[in-house]
Design a protein around this ligand. Structure first.
Ligand code: C5P
Length: 215
């Protein structure tokens, strides 16, 4: 690993899930430990970058030298990103953002009403990565695609649709929740396999590739 390859770069990263409240004690969320995003923030800081991490609710220690902003919801995550993105040279969206949120959150704990069921109206959340990538002067954008099948096909489509130069694909069965991961990097020059290994090592390999693309 070549040290300080991101010296002078400001990197903004999202990590973890978002939590979308239904009422004060319930909500909907995605399964995400935040480990990959935190490992990337650490690798960026180790490479000399000024790293800012916008984190959903996770139980992860803040890596040394990383500025952390904690958020709960996708809308809060988007706000925090938009407040910090103009200063960023690189944006890495690792967060597992909930695609939908309840249209309204109840102020008080909802009571069982009897009857058969309950319908909660959901509205779509903004796609933070796509919004950042379509800014007039976007930072260099890196996206993640966690798929359960057809990784190459879905990742290539996602990269084109969100217009990100670098997309990191992983099969959810390879990485979710665990300490290890296996990813494939997709860019204009094709696909690049990163060997299976601890998320810290995988993060270093991603940063190495990213630094090469920025150079
Ligand atoms: O479309 P999908 O959710 O699979 O895309 C994943 C990529 O987009 C990740 O980089 C993720 O952080 C980002 N994303 C986002 N905002 C959303 C949904 C996904 O930034 N609402």
């Amino acid at each position: 690993f070549t040290p300080k390859r991101l010296a002078g770069k400001r990197v903004l990263i999202t990590a973890g899930p978002t939590f979308e409240p239904i009422d004060p004690v319930r909500g909907i969320t995605n399964i995400s430990s935040g480990k990959m995003g935190f490992a990337l923030a650490r690798a960026c800081a180790d490479a000399g970058a000024e790293a800012t991490l916008v984190a959903g609710p996770v139980a992860q220690a803040t890596p040394r030298g990383v500025t952390r902003i904690d958020v709960q919801t996708a809308l809060q995550m988007r706000d925090a990103v938009m407040r910090n993105v103009l200063a960023a040279n690189v944006f890495i969206g690792v967060a597992a953002v909930a695609d939908y949120r309840p249209a309204t959150a109840a102020d008080h704990k909802m009571k069982k009403a009897g009857g058969d069921g309950l319908t909660i109206e959901l509205v779509q959340n903004p796609d933070i990565l796509a919004e950042v990538a379509s800014l007039p002067n976007p930072p260099f954008c890196v996206g993640f695609a966690a798929e359960s099948q057809n990784l190459d096909e879905y990742a290539a489509t996602k990269r084109a649709k969100k217009r990100v130069p670098l997309l990191v694909g992983n099969l959810v069965q390879d990485g979710m929740g665990g300490d290890d991961n296996r990813v494939v990097l997709f860019d204009d020059s094709g696909r690049h396999e990163v060997p299976h290994g601890p998320k810290d090592a995988v993060a270093e390999a991603i940063v190495e590739h990213l630094a090469g693309m920025l150079a």
